[in-house]
Design a protein around this ligand. Structure first.
Ligand code: B1M
Length: 211
């Protein structure tokens, strides 16, 4: 079994105790952080999601897989977000209200930080008013990044954009959205300024929106 396959299996099976060591070994063997993340860990979460959909596993198994993934991402973090460039501006990020998924959002935050932004992460289950408060507290914020992983929380993307608009804070701020059920079409329909399908393109999008 290759190191990448071993990492994927460790995530799938929720082996939190061994994942960090496996990721470190892979890095020291010269495998890139991007490959470990995409072909090992993210791929494994896809398998976990499929098994959940097919009732082969349930929420507790999904949770322990997520824990293992987080441990692995902790080891990768310095390799993913090393940038050394001047801050490009402030970004406020969070997963919208009702949604507890944070692995993808954390990766997006890491990549945006790595692209040179200063990132304030509001966490998960963030109500629109908390985004509004955070913008008020950071009047120089350039981008608000909203993550949604459930079809049931997609409406909260629009509710958050509407709340920012209603508070008179929309002008001068770019809003980007993403998450597995979100699409460019949906982003356009709710008045977002941009959509990205994954963490790497989210960083590129942030750079283009900040210009
Ligand atoms: Co949940 N869950 N979950 N879950 N979970 C999904 C999302 C699901 C697709 C599984 C399935 O059925 N196949 C399904 C959603 C179905 C739907 O809405 N269509 C689902 C469900 C149903 C649920 C519950 C309702 C289950 C239940 O309780 N019955 C429940 C909801 C809880 C809640 O949020 N209120 C629930 C709970 C959980 C756990 C807590 C157990 C756990 C989350 C732990 C955590 O995040 N800390 C969990 C997990 C782990 C998953 C899966 C297996 C993995 C999610 C993940 O981390 N993926 C997931 C199945 C799957 O994704 N295949 C599933 C890896 C991550 C890197 O990808 O998050 O997509 P992702 O992020 C990507 C892109 O989407 C994008 O970039 C990221 C990196 O490339 N992206 C952005 C994300 N945010 C972005 C923002 C951007 C741009 C790009 O700009 C701002």
């Amino acid at each position: 079994m290759s190191k990448i396959e071993a990492i994927a299996l460790a995530v799938e099976e929720g082996k939190s105790k061994i994942i960090a060591g496996l990721v470190e070994e892979a890095l020291s063997e010269g495998i890139s952080a991007g490959e470990i993340l995409n072909n090992g860990m993210i791929k494994a979460m896809g398998v976990v999601g499929e098994k959940f959909k097919n009732n082969e596993i349930f929420v507790p198994e999904m949770l322990i897989a997520a824990r293992a993934m987080k441990k692995g991402v902790e080891v990768l973090q310095p390799h993913l977000s090393a940038s050394g460039v001047e801050p490009l501006g402030k970004v406020i990020i969070g997963t919208v209200v009702g949604d507890l998924h944070d692995i993808g959002k954390n990766l997006v935050a890491m990549m945006i930080e790595g692209a040179g932004f200063e990132v304030t992460d509001l966490g998960v289950d963030v109500p629109p008013e908390k985004f509004v408060e955070a913008i008020k507290d950071n009047p120089d914020v350039k981008i608000v990044a909203l993550s949604s992983l459930l079809t049931t929380t997609m409406p909260a993307l629009k509710e958050t954009i509407d709340a920012i608009e209603k508070a008179g804070l929309r002008e001068g701020i770019k809003i980007m959205v993403g998450g597995a059920p979100v699409s460019q079409e949906h982003a356009d329909s709710i008045g977002a300024d941009g959509y990205a399908p994954d963490a790497a393109s989210a960083a590129d999008l942030a750079k283009s929106l900040a210009i």
